[in-house]
Design a protein around this ligand. Sequence first.
Ligand code: HEM
Length: 497
Amino acid sequence: LLLMLSSRRRREGEPPLIKGWIPFLGKSLEFKKDSFQFLQHLQKYHGDVFTVLIAGKYMTFVMNPLLYPAVIKQGKQLDFHEFSDAAASTTFGYPAMCTGRFPGLSDKIQRSFLLLQGSTLNSLTLKMMGNLQLVLQNVFFSSHVMKRECDWREEGLYEFCERVMFKATFLTLYGQPPQINMEVHSNLDSKSWLDALRDNFRKFDAMFPLLIARIPIGLLGKTKSIREQLIRFFHPNGMATWTCPSEFVQARKDIFQQYDTLKDMDKAAHHFAILWASVGNTIPACFWCLYHLLSSPQAFSVVRDEIIGMFGEKEPGSILKCDKLNREHLEKLIYLESAINESLRLSSVSMNIRVVQEDFCLRLNPHCSVCLRKGDIVALYPQSTHLDPEIYPNPQQYQFNRFVENGKIKTEFYKSNLKVRYYHMPFGSGATMCPGRFFAINELKQFLCITLLMCDLQLNAGQQSATMNKSRAGLGIMPPENQISFRYRLKINSMER
Ligand code: HEM
């Protein structure tokens, strides 16, 4: 196999081929070190389309967003599901769905994703609203905290986002396990089951890039037993006692129930996968949104004024009763939305992957087509679009209002005088686009609205700027590499409950 891989030659009509000199690994190391720089460099020498050998796979990168539509609409010969099914099943520990053992399961799961959108999104959004406030209040009012609510507290900004979003998202999607009622009502907050779940989740998440790269879990220290504990948490017997799951999670429980071939731990593993999907990217996204706002006084004041203009600041405790923080009102906050889009533009490194189903030539535009081989991968790398100076002038700079034009959300961006259809792709593209994207954007807006309405917040002085951890290239939102600390306290008027 090694010999076959290293002896591959470029054929007529195929893109330039870059194999490197290490058999199998090819250019893996350079790609892993800084994929953006690496691909930019190759684009400069080889043009917009080229094939690179990475970890035994020939990957054809299409770097120009004006060529993306040809790839995205080519559903038949460029498939995604087989790849994602294989990657997700080994990563999360459930049997692959495409094996024929679970007829119709994959389609049913895809249909369940509709419950993250449309009318059910309204109830999810309202529920998230209540949970976010509950969680944030819990931070301030739990009895074990010796401080008064108005005292400043210091914490890592990432840890704060993680604590709040993990719990609020969990409660919104899965409902309340019996213990959590105890925790809220008795204000007991010793190391709860939720802290334990979050700790394990963090450890698993740190290994996620290796698991997705198909490194056998047995080689990754304690990861296997950590994953087992995480999966066990979602055992159907336990979940049956949780109250008020979302319609989405309930529908998935009902679907799995129809399959005798799925063992209880397989069902649990599917539920665990959704936990990862729902918070794995949202937590770092919250971090970057809040961090950028706190680092830019102008952005902070415009966005905060917009939020206060919509929801008001006057009545003590009014946030709790406020039914205005629903979807319709959130849509009107254009500076907030622009600031979120901008943070996602800067921090997103997701890669869109398609697997070539048969040898064929892909027509990229009227003047250019490339021949592809069965089994190769075609990859879009949206970070190169997000940081393209022709589309986004000064692309490395955070400009909170970049996506606002004439009082509306800006949707027209140009390259070479042509309109770019896929200019912002943190959620992927086409048929495989993230089904949770509307919920995610609402969550981010709600998180920012509530923290800005309820708290005074400041980054600690004298620390380095946040940098991105590039080791997760290709996998969503990059977490920060360095620790950023901040201080916060409850605003005086929201304390008078
Ligand atoms: C898939 C991004 C939040 C559920 C994806 C994909 C991306 C993505 C890039 C792969 C799409 C592709 O390859 O074309 C994000 C980002 C989020 C976020 C940046 C937050 C800022 C959420 C949330 C949920 C969710 C809150 C809710 C449950 C999913 C699911 C899939 C997915 C289930 C797999 C879909 C499939 O298998 O077809 N997400 N996501 N995501 N996302 Fe999200």
